[in-house]
Design a protein around this ligand. Structure first.
Ligand code: ATP
Length: 347
């Protein structure tokens, strides 16, 4: 059974629709992420679940209980924001204990819960530090612990890792996932970073203009984007109009009236004269060979990101940055090999 049910939520601000009959469900113990461009309504949706923004219409329930009209504190929902919002004049220990004190919990039980939480978020030894004495990553751990200690049914996270630099962000992503799995807590996280969403979620919800455009596991959404919007938003897919694609592969009678999308890493670059060797090397798959010229090369770590000019189209091709493999430059005419089975027809 779905644990969090969001059904037909409508919200407008000053007559401008922001959530357009949005529905989604999240299972218990799941890490769900809301991914979408700036302004698509992600934060507004989280605020509706938290009770901070009343929806104009629709229903929200958690664990079978309708919470649509409840005050925030009656919802048993926690929220972590991008800005840590810690109490600057309280130590780590007291920041984490604050919510429990408000709930009139005291003594040994409170102390145990706070200490367990400090262990869990890896802040042992920092109990007596003040927020200003902590790094950004550590402050966000305190913010996380402060919400988790209250054992919310659902934890909402609004771009919690945004303020952190890349390396700390990566570490904390993994930590967040470990904690979420360890506690088996249901989390809904907003992000506009697709790598982050795909890296740590059970389910990704792609939001566009206040609606869910596609929902699914990260692998599923990545491999089979349901629309042109998703293909363009989640990565550097090559998306082409039907006539562009037919021109590229010189196949006039290709089925499908919508756009076509091909991931850059499934296309191969060959020296123009090497097609026969490539075929003889066991490439028996169905596909197209397309002439091109290297327009640009960007080296991103272990990936060589080529932009190849094929007629009037620019095609992105990613190859492994392996010393054994040959690099191509603008002088070399090349052939691209586009495998037919990897070409996705979009609506
Ligand atoms: P971002 O990734 O930039 O944070 P988002 O997807 O979280 O974007 P929201 O913050 O939900 O988007 O905002 C969606 C739209 O609603 C925006 O156009 C925003 O200006 C508008 N909006 C949000 N809150 C209010 C408000 N309280 N009053 C008026 N307009 C608002």
């Amino acid at each position: 059974m779905s644990y969090v049910v969001i059904k037909d939520i409508v919200k407008s601000f000053n007559g401008a629709p922001v959530l357009d009959s949005l529905s989604l469900t999240v299972n218990r113990g799941e890490m769900a992420t809301l991914l979408g461009p700036s302004g698509c309504g992600k934060t507004t949706l989280l605020r509706c679940v938290a009770g901070l923004t009343p929806p104009d219409r629709g229903l929200i329930s958690i664990d079978g209980k309708d919470i649509t009209g409840l005050a925030p504190r009656q919802r048993e929902v926690g929220m972590v924001f991008q800005a840590y919002a810690l109490f600057p004049n309280m130590t780590v220990y007291h920041n984490i204990a604050f919510g429990l004190k408000m709930k009139r919990l005291a003594g040994k039980e409170m102390e145990n819960r706070v200490r367990n939480m400090i262990e869990l978020v890896d802040l042992a030894g920092k109990e007596h530090s003040y927020p200003a004495e902590l790094s950004g990553g550590q402050q966000q751990r305190v913010a996380l612990a402060r919400s988790l200690v209250l054992e919310p049914k659902v934890l909402l996270l609004d771009e919690p890792l945004n303020a952190l630099d890349a390396k700390i962000r990566k570490n904390l992503q993994a930590e967040l996932r470990r904690i979420q799995k360890g506690l088996n807590i249901t989390m809904i996280m907003v992000t506009h970073d697709q790598e982050e969403a795909f890296g740590i979620s059970d389910t990704v919800y792609i939001i566009n203009k206040g609606r869910v455009e596609q929902a699914g596991g990260p692998g599923e959404v990545y491999a089979a984007p349901a629309s042109r919007f998703v293909a363009e938003f989640i990565g550097n897919y090559n998306v082409m109009a039907p006539d562009e694609f037919r021109r590229l592969v010189r196949a006039e009678n290709l089925a499908g009236g919508g756009s076509f999308a091909v991931r850059p890493e499934v296309i191969k670059i060959l020296p123009a004269g090497a097609v026969e060797t490539f075929k003889a090397g066991g490439n028996g798959k169905d596909g197209w060979y397309v002439e091109g010229k290297i327009d640009n090369l960007t080296v991103k770590g272990n990936c060589l990101c080529y932009r190849v000019k094929c007629g009037d189209l620019l095609i992105n091709v990613d190859q492994l940055n392996d010393r054994e493999l040959r690099r191509f430059d603008g002088e070399t005419p090349v052939k691209l090999w586009i495998p037919r089975e990897e070409c996705i027809s979009l609506n």
